[in-house]
Every structure is written in structure tokens, then in C-alpha cells.
Design a binder for this molecule. Sequence first.
Ligand code: URA
Length: 264
Amino acid sequence: MMKRNEILEEMGLTPIWKLRRPPEKNDAGTIGDRTNDWSAVATVVVTANAQDAPRDIFAETAPRNVLVAGDERARRIAALAWEDFSKDVAACRACVLCEKRNKAVPGVGDIDARWLFVGEGPGAEEDKKGEPFVGQAGRLLDQMLKALKMTRNHDVYIANVVKCRPPGNRAPTPTEAEACRPYLERQIALIQPEIIVALGKSAASLLLNTDASIASLRGRVHCYRDVPLIVTYHPAYLLRSLTEKAKSWEDLLFARKQLTQETE
Ligand code: URA
């Protein structure tokens, strides 16, 4: 059994009492040794609130008859098989995010997973590789999974609210999130996870249909349809805050407890 300290070390959480200011940058910008790139994370947060979100095709061309087209599209996606899923996402033109994407990022992991992690949307690195959470936030997510003795390819599936990169790493607009919702819903229906972990505000808002803060949503078991859902901070946010990292670790332990309680 891994000792608590070893686990916290894996996540870069020890020793908490020593850290009085943001960790220093180093060339590698690695996470395990708490030398995250602070300035890069600050940029993410600033641009996440940007007002200049591109206008959305779906919204702009959404007179009454588009609702019917939207319903048809949702029905088609709801019937997609795994084999066709990624190709369908890659061809999607339902919102403006398709215009600047390099690669669509459908999701990654074990399609029979009990755990489903839902992030916000691809960043620059994800857009290049076509895989979610491969940048700095992703390395932290991998550390968190490792601390739980899991990997992204075993018993875990990782998806995002939107499958194409929002420019400048801004948060997806509600219209973009809605346009992409059928894909996430299809992933949930195909995977049938036993627990969903919503990573950050975009995922929590979409899945729980709420505008409440992460702080107010964490520490409770919510439900998406009939699947238990736990809310925690987004890994990109955690890169900035050691205290929130500790809270997020608590959230993951809480999630694991729900899962083990369920299977008992
Ligand atoms: N942030 C996310 O929410 N998802 C990713 O895939 C990468 C960064």
C-alpha cells in the first residue's frame, strides 16, 4: 500500500507547509517537482474570461427550422457506434470551433471504464495531437490518476465538454458546449461509467445544468442521469494552487469511496 505522503508526493502536494508563494519556473516546467509554469497558467485563467468569444454559427443560424436539424443531428449522434464516433467528431461543423481546429479531440481511454473524467476542451497541444489532456494540466491529471493507481488507459476514460479547441484557450461558450453535448452524451451512454468526475466549471455547468461555483458543488454526490457525479477543480486551475490541489485530492478520494460503496 502506498503511504499517504507518497501519494501526495506523486501529486506534488508535499510538503504543504513550506510553500508560501507560487512555485518557481524551471526549464522543464514539470509538475512532480512543483515547478509548474505559473505564467502560462495565469494566461489560461485570464483568457478564459475573455469577452471576445467568436460568434457561433449554430446560434447565428438558429431560426426555428434549425432546431429540427439540431434534433436530427442529436438523434443521429445518439445512435453512433464507437467505430464511427471519432470520424463523426472530426467531420463535425456544428459550431465555430471547427474552423480553426487542427485535430478534433474526441476522447481517450478504456471504453469499458468505470471512471469518466470530463474536462473543458482541448488546448494547443491537444489540438496538435488529437488527444485530451496531453499538456501541462494533463500531466497533473496523470499524476492524480497514478496516485489512485490508475492510468488513462485502464478503467478510465477522459473526454471534454467540447471536442475542438476554443481559440486562445478560452472557455467554450454555452452555445459551443450545447452544440457538442450530443457527443458527450453518446460517450456516456456507450461507456456507462460508474462515476463521472467533472473537472472544472464548464463540465460541471453542462452536466449539472447549473451556474454554481466549483467550491459550492464539491464535496457532494450529484447525479448525471443516474450516474453519480463528483465535481472538482480543473487541473489547469490546480497548477496555480497547492491548497486547491489538496482539496482536489480529497475529491478524488471521495469519488473512489462512492465507487467502492456502490460495488460493495
Ligand atoms: N484542458 C481540458 O479541459 N481538456 C484538455 O484536453 C486539455 C486541457
